[in-house]
Design a protein around this ligand. Structure first.
Ligand code: GDP
Ligand code: MN
Length: 379
């Protein structure tokens, strides 16, 4: 789960990293009030879970509280890469020591190596991607030994290699503590700046928490987790693994491997998956009903493909689940079901007995995918 900048800022502050004083509001009047409290000169910052806000016009300096109100009015409601701005953060404007005072530091999970990677550069700011692409040597990358973590010595190595100011050692050690204590898989500060007073301040932060550690990070309750796709939030609340895609065929399957290959087969038939939902080992009527209602509430879905290979879960239980789900959910688009594996014959018989005008069965995965694709792409 990604956090908003203001939430990341809060975590940095708790772990002793210097951040600008700031307040969050959802109204232009609130922005004026906040700017007044912060002492006038502020930066008005769109709170959206995407980068490049500055370039999109979502980060702007305001000289006084009235300018802050006006600027907030322009930024609130703005669309930044598909994200609507609902809140702005007002941050005390920071004066940089000079033009070379923006740095980049992050820790990110390197899944290929199974370790965290520290990334640091003396050329932080909005042009970091371009700088990294043009001159890879401008970016330092150091893997972190998980048993050792980031000690002052390790941080010193990184700071030296990247050409960061010496105070960055302390920032890197604290940032590592943010990562470990908050169960994050990514923490990024861009830019980390040197102020006129010579301090290092985290001007912008990104934190991605490890969803698998949610159970021990109780503070991120439901109201704090503002999902961008409400259907994904609904699914998550029901304990379903649902992912929204761009196409028109809704896909329900059991097990990640089968679901992934189902996406490929549907794509191979000339249609595009609209989403996918992994019902895992469970196929109770409730899971089926919840799954179907989530998939059907996506208006882009034109047909649904239920692809189940019965293993521990028997196909007759899945068929029962589908039949009872159809009592609970009004089926508004055609459903193609392919049952195979454990008790497939009994499962198919159950669906035949409860014939539904919008439900069809297919015996093979390819056949079912072709049919679902055909139904989805038909005029
Ligand atoms: P991003 O575009 O989403 O990464 O948003 P940032 O918060 O990083 O802001 C973009 C850029 O605006 C930063 O890289 C800075 O160059 C600049 N910026 C933001 N806040 C301040 C500030 O308080 N003072 C100064 N001098 N520059 C700022
Ligand atoms: Mn930034």
């Amino acid at each position: 789960m990604d956090l908003y900048e203001h939430q990341a800022r809060g975590l940095f502050e708790e772990h002793g990293i210097l951040v600008p004083r700031a307040e969050v509001t959802d109204s232009p009047e609130g922005a004026r009030e906040s700017a007044r409290e912060l002492g006038g000169r502020v930066v008005v910052k769109a709170q959206v879970k995407t980068g490049g806000r500055g370039k999109a016009g979502g980060v702007r300096l305001a000289e006084d509280p009235f300018a802050a109100e006006l600027t907030a009015r322009q930024i609130l409601g703005m669309d930044i890469k598909g994200h609507t701005v609902r809140k702005v953060m007002l941050a005390q404007a920071i004066e940089l020591a000079d033009a070379e005072s923006e740095f980049y530091v992050s820790y990110v999970l390197d899944r290929a190596v199974g370790r965290f990677l520290a990334i640091a550069s003396a050329e932080g700011g909005t042009e970091i991607e371009e700088a990294a692409a043009a001159r890879p040597e401008a970016v330092t990358r150091v893997h972190i030994d998980p048993a050792e973590g980031v000690t002052s010595a390790k941080a010193g190595e990184i700071v030296e290699a990247a050409g960061l100011p010496p105070q960055a050692v302390d920032v890197l050690v604290r940032l590592w503590q943010v990562l470990v204590r908050e169960d994050a898989v990514l923490v990024e500060v861009n830019p980390l700046v040197r102020t006129r007073q010579g301090q290092l301040v985290a001007l912008d932060g990104k934190v991605t928490l490890d969803n698998n550690a949610r159970f021990r990070q109780a503070r991120w309750g439901a109201e704090e987790v503002e999902y961008d796709d409400t259907l994904e939030a609904t699914a998550a609340a029901k304990g379903l693994n649902y992912v929204k895609l761009d196409g028109e065929v809704g896909i329900i399957g059991n097990g990640a491997g089968l679901v992934m290959s189902t996406l490929d087969v549907v794509a191979g038939c000339g249609a595009r998956p609209a989403n996918f939902l992994d019902i895992g080992g469970g196929a109770s009527a409730r899971i089926m009903a919840d799954g179907l209602s989530v998939i059907l509430s996506d208006p882009a879905v034109r047909s649904v493909f239920v692809n189940v290979f019965g293993g521990i879960t028997a196909c007759d239980a899945v068929a029962d689940g589908i039949v009872r789900a159809l009592d609970a959910v009004q089926l508004t688009r055609p459903l193609v079901v392919r049952l195979d594996g454990n008790n497939a014959a009994r499962g198919r018989a159950i669906l035949d007995e409860h014939a539904h005008p919008l439900v069809e069965q297919a015996t093979t995965m390819d056949g079912a995918a072709r049919r679902a694709a055909q139904l989805a792409t038909a005029a």
